[in-house]
Design a protein around this ligand. Structure first.
Ligand code: ADP
Length: 557
């Protein structure tokens, strides 16, 4: 914080100026000294204090304590005081404006610092709350699973005849189910709010919802409610089954909970570019004062529910970039309506052109750099995890390179999911990170590594693609690891291995070099060579053949 002290002594050199300045001499500077200072700063005398502490003075002779600044103009900005003496009106105005500006900026900085501090404190508290919520929920899940398991065993008669307890067991089971749903909701909420929830794009069939529908139909029937929910439109559709079924469960559970008589109906419709979900009931309706905050967590009506269900529904709908609306009249009922844009999961087999490299990186300059490194290859780019995931499925690239920090998901988490995709089981996945991550089967490249080294490492991954084809026979297979490490040492290439019977036409397109590991059967080798020749017209692949004789490996070339 700065204060400014100014004395307009432009005329210090003449007697009038000196006279005017005499007042300033009370702090005991000898005239030659101040004259020297004043010559350096002839127009302004200025001092800045924070509380009583001197921060700045433009002349050495100016006093060190605020009390001695009699006859100075005083400007106060919170804890900062500026003493100022200027004679020239133009300079005076200029300085005033400048000081006001500076003070205003300082206040802004102070405010934003305060807000930032408060924000980080809040974040810390919120993270603590979420971590606490998550760990407690996990802890509660285990005993609940034990109770649930034992209940099922009891119902199956493992603990003898318990038919006289059947009503009690049903009641316990439904309480356990309610508790489990509550805990799942808590877990979902904390996951959505912290690390982000990754939306899957998997084929979803209507029959996958059968279990949930059966459950709510039964609950409705137990309350004497008519239940009618149907599925319409195209299936399978692409979506995240767990998210959609959580949305449905929460809406249906509320409908059953808050309806005393009448009916519950709804539908899930997949048509064109959207998925529509609607759930209606003839229940109590949502009171007007509750309606505007119904999607906030822990907001519930008089029933004293947890107030989590609709908060999660809303968060999931937002995550799917959808919209949720409702109409509710007290005493008449409620209808929730959700529209979610449909995403298309590209099928690996109908994929677009095959590309060598998929680059997933939100930062433009990093992407440009990486693009240069792999400029010899065909490249597609993505800016987010979701876009990268879809493009990976679409193109099944030889190599996926992703940064660690993506806007929607961590790069490591994304690779973990891509690894689970069958369409990508031949793709190499590269994660470049600032620091080291302990993931054994992921290629790691530090962001600060030598770019030349990165280029050469990528080229190895992309370069001559080797496939070790082995005869699926125990005598041969024992040598597999040995051959792999031999090739690795010899050529410094990663190598994939595949049983002879499993090799298909795609492999012939994908790999440049085949290493054949077979028993010394010339017929097998010849057949294989014929297949390769048929596939490659000009760019003949080199086949290196290992022939096993008497358990010893021999290189044939
Ligand atoms: P919970 O049901 O556990 O309290 P929700 O977030 O699912 O939590 O719902 C919040 C509140 O909204 C409920 O307490 C209830 O008052 C009201 N509500 C939700 N759905 C309905 C419905 N279908 N009919 C009437 N009231 C509802």
């Amino acid at each position: 914080m700065a204060t400014v002290c100014i004395d307009g002594n432009a005329s210090m050199a003449n007697p009038i100026g000196r006279e005017r300045y005499r007042r300033c001499l009370i702090w005991g500077c000898s005239p030659p000294r101040w004259r020297e200072d004043v010559t350096k700063h002839p127009e302004v005398n200025l001092a800045v204090f924070n509380k009583d502490r001197l921060l700045y003075k433009n002349l050495k002779m100016l006093p060190d304590v605020p009390f001695d600044y009699t006859g100075f103009e005083r400007l106060d900005y919170r804890t900062v005081t500026i003493f100022l003496k200027v004679d020239d009106p133009f300079t005076k105005r200029l300085l005033h404006e400048l000081l006001n500006d500076v003070a205003f900026k300082l206040l802004q900085i102070e405010d934003s610092e305060k807000i930032e501090r408060l924000y980080s404190e809040l974040k810390e508290v919120s993270n603590y709350r979420l971590t606490f919520m998550r760990s407690i929920s996990h802890e509660l899940k285990t005993p609940l699973n034990v109770i649930q398991g034992n209940l099922q065993l009891a119902k199956l008669g493992v603990y003898g005849d318990v038919s006289h307890l059947s009503e009690l067991l049903e009641e316990i089971e439904s309480a356990v189910k309610r508790a489990t749903q509550l805990i799942n909701n808590l877990l979902d909420l904390s996951r959505i709010e912290t690390e982000g929830f990754y939306v899957k794009v998997e084929p979803v069939r209507f029959e996958m919802f059968k279990q949930i529908m059966k459950e709510y139909e039964l609950l409705a029937q137990q309350k004497g409610l008519h239940f009618d929910f149907h599925f319409q439109g195209e299936e399978p559709f692409s979506g995240d089954f767990r998210i959609i079924s959580t949305i449905l469960s929460n809406l249906l559970s509320n409908a059953v909970k808050y309806t005393g008589c009448g009916e519950i109906k709804g539908f899930l419709q997949v048509r064109g570019d959207r998925i529509i979900i609607e759930v209606s009931d003839t229940g109590s309706g949502i009171p007007l004062e509750l309606q505007e905050k119904i999607f906030e967590p822990f907001v519930s009506g008089e029933s004293g529910g947890s107030g989590l269900g609709l908060a999660i529904v809303k968060k999931f709908v937002d995550l799917l970039k959808g919209k949720i609306t409702f109409i509710s009249n007290v005493g008449e009922g409620t209808t929730f309506h959700i529209e979610i844009p449909r995403v298309y999961r590209p099928s690996h087999y109908e994929n677009k052109e095959h590309v060598n490299v998929l680059l997933i990186e939100p930062d433009e300059s990093t992407r440009r750099l990486l693009r240069k490194i792999v400029s010899d290859y065909t490249v597609v780019e993505a800016l987010t995890g979701q876009e990268g995931y879809l493009k990976a499925l679409e193109h099944s690239p030889d190599l996926v390179i992703t940064g660690l920090r993506l806007p929607d998901i961590g790069g490591d988490e994304l690779l973990y999911r891509l690894r689970g995709e069958e369409a990508l089981n031949r793709s190499k996945l590269v994660l470049y990170v600032g620091g080291k991550i302990e993931k054994t089967d992921t290629y790691l490249m530090g962001l600060e590594i030598d770019i030349g080294e990165l280029a050469s490492r990528l080229k190895i991954l992309l370069g001559d693609k080797l496939l070790l084809v082995y005869d699926d026979d125990e005598k041969v297979k024992i040598h597999l690891e040995q051959v792999k490490s031999f090739i690795k040492a010899l050529l410094d290439r990663e190598i994939m291995a595949k049983g002879l019977e499993m090799v298909d036409e795609r492999d012939f397109l994908l790999y440049d070099t085949f290493v054949l590991l077979v028993q010394g059967d010339p017929e097998i080798i010849a057949t294989f060579m014929r297949r390769i020749r048929k596939m490659f017209y000009s760019n003949m692949a080199i086949a290196i053949v290992f022939v096993l004789t008497g358990g010893e490996l021999k290189w044939q070339g």
